[in-house]
Design a protein around this ligand. Structure first.
Ligand SMILES: *[C@@H]1O[C@H](CO)[C@@H](O)[C@H](O)[C@H]1NC(C)=O
Ligand SMILES: *[C@@H]1O[C@H](CO)[C@@H](O)[C@H](O)[C@H]1NC(C)=O
Ligand SMILES: *[C@@H]1O[C@H](CO)[C@@H](O)[C@H](O)[C@H]1NC(C)=O
Length: 478
């Protein structure tokens, strides 16, 4: 164990660092990469805890495996081995020319590096190339580090994975050879100010889960589109001074598809601006919908979207004035651009089917709707009930609550309409996916809208990928 703070301080101020070289395959494979089922946890007292991983997951067992995470470091039992040289981080401080890719791999966020950085020194048998980086973090009430130092878990742990060539995947390296993987773990504590070094990663976080869900919805984004979104949404946020920018979805057109993003300001429900793009790089603001615009669109626009914002829809209506023989017929032409239709469609989808879990948002005393920073997610039991999901739009209050419900309700919390009150009933499908780790809701009214929530975590989001046409047959399907 060899604290090597001087070098890393350049990169991660206020990060408490320990170089933690796990030369055996132990501890690596179970942590988050290979596991595709959620049936594991870090709680030492539960059946899903580290003690049982080897029994539950066959692939966590190998000839090299002697122990499991977490590594518990006790500074009173640790001594510096003076014959070990310092760790060498080669080219860690060189500005990389190619962008790194930040991905949601479900259990954590992974940053994929391009080749060019190496780990060596410290009597390591070989030189290791950086492969990828992942994070373990908790919530405001729990600390999330995987490993423990001096009886303490830290709020976050960053793990940089290194492999020896020619291995290209973690599993291949870990199961084929001893000492083919080296992990550098960094404990991160909470300081009084935001650390600008982490900004790029933390800013990308809100947009990642959506991109991940998209691939599950059948219609996918290409990796170029995802990479472009990750860069351009950050730029949008800066230029327009948004609090957050979320990828909203895609509306399919005949000649081209519209990618849609939304920038949020103080009130996340009402203060939003919608933007569209064809290439995920250049974005244009959509006009805010007005009643007049909505009426024009409803009259004139129909059929598939063209994929051309300047396309004009035209509708001619014949109106009769006067009575009997004196009646005059007049043709009234209503024209509307596809850009306005797009604005109206996104607005209508938001009004009718944007969803949040109960408790995820709070209404401040000033009436602004903001994220509930202490939201920890619905329990698995709660997540299966439609009544625990709310429309993220002005409540219509179709139903008056009973006196009993009024007594139990909290105006701060219960300011949105639950999906369970929707008419027609049955316009939502709700199911658990990926071994019940994700709860997915799909709208049958706006086919292509999927919402997901990971129970026990604050993560949720929705994405729309479809033709932008409402399913008017729904009442007949139910
Ligand atoms: C100290 O490090 C050297 C070089 O890696 C190693 O050979 C030696 O066994 C270590 N000493 C102890 C007490 O672990
Ligand atoms: C969690 O982290 C905080 C902030 O670093 C620390 O004060 C606290 O002791 C930690 N709690 C545990 C249980 O490790
Ligand atoms: C905020 O989240 C916490 C934890 O999930 C929950 O107990 C609380 O009721 C939420 N607050 C509101 C106002 O919904």
């Amino acid at each position: 164990m060899q604290p090597d703070t001087k070098r890393m301080d350049m990169t991660f101020s206020r990060a408490i660092l320990f170089s933690l070289i796990l030369a055996k395959a132990s501890a690596l494979t179970n942590s988050h990469i290979a596991v595709s089922s959620p049936d594991y946890c870090y709680d030492p007292y539960r059946w899903c805890g580290p003690k049982y991983w080897q029994a539950t997951f066959q692939y966590c067992t190998s000839d090299f495996m002697e122990s499991q995470s977490p590594v518990i470091l006790n500074p009173f039992h640790m001594m510096r081995n003076r014959s070990m040289g310092p760790l060498e981080l080669l080219a860690y401080d060189v500005l990389q020319s190619e962008p790194w890719i930040i991905k949601n791999i479900r259990d954590t966020i992974a940053v994929e590096f391009n080749p060019g950085m190496y780990l060596g020194g410290a009597n390591l048998p070989r030189s290791y190339y950086t492969f990828y980086m992942a994070f373990h973090w908790g919530s405001e009430t729990t600390n999330g580090s995987e490993h423990i130092y001096n009886d303490r878990r830290y709020p976050m742990e960053m793990q940089i994975f290194h492999l020896v060539p020619p291995y290209q995947t973690l599993n291949e390296a870990a199961f084929t050879e001893r000492q083919a993987v080296a992990v550098l773990a960094v404990f991160v504590d909470i300081g009084p100010e935001d650390n600008p070094v982490f900004e790029t990663i933390s800013r990308a976080v809100p947009t990642i889960p959506l991109a991940d869900l998209v691939s599950g919805a059948g219609l996918t984004l290409s990796s170029e589109q995802k990479a472009a979104l990750q860069t351009s949404l950050v730029i949008l946020q800066k230029n327009y001074k948004f609090h957050r920018v979320l990828f909203w979805g895609k509306i399919l057109g005949i000649k081209g598809d519209y990618f849609i993003a939304q920038g949020l300001k103080d009130d996340e429900m009402r203060d939003k601006k919608t933007l569209y793009s064809f290439d995920c790089m250049d974005w244009d603001l959509l006009p805010p919908p007005t009643d007049e615009m909505i009426a024009e669109v409803n009259t004139a626009a129909s059929g598939r979207f063209m994929g051309d914002p300047s396309h004009e829809y035209e509708h001619t209506e014949t109106r009769r004035h006067g009575e009997g023989d004196e009646a005059v017929e007049e043709d009234i032409v209503v024209k509307v651009s596809e850009e306005k239709r797009l604005a109206t469609t996104v607005f209508t989808i938001d009004q009718e089917v944007s969803v949040v879990p109960r408790g995820a948002y709070i209404k401040s005393p000033h009436g602004t709707v903001q994220t509930n920073r202490s939201f920890e997610g619905l329990s698995v039991g709660e997540a299966g009930k439609l009544s625990n999901y709310l429309h993220f739009s002005e409540p219509k209050c179709l139903r008056k609550p009973s006196i009993l419900e009024m007594a139990e309700s909290d105006p701060c919390r219960d300011f949105l309409d639950p999906l369970s009150e929707d008419i027609p009933k049955g316009s939502w499908s709700i199911q658990f996916e990926r071994g019940s780790s994700v709860c997915v809701l799909r709208s049958l009214l706006w086919l292509g809208l999927s919402f997901y929530h990971i129970p026990g975590t604050p993560q949720h989001g929705f994405v729309y990928m479809g033709t932008g046409l409402k399913n008017l047959d729904l009442p007949f399907m139910l």
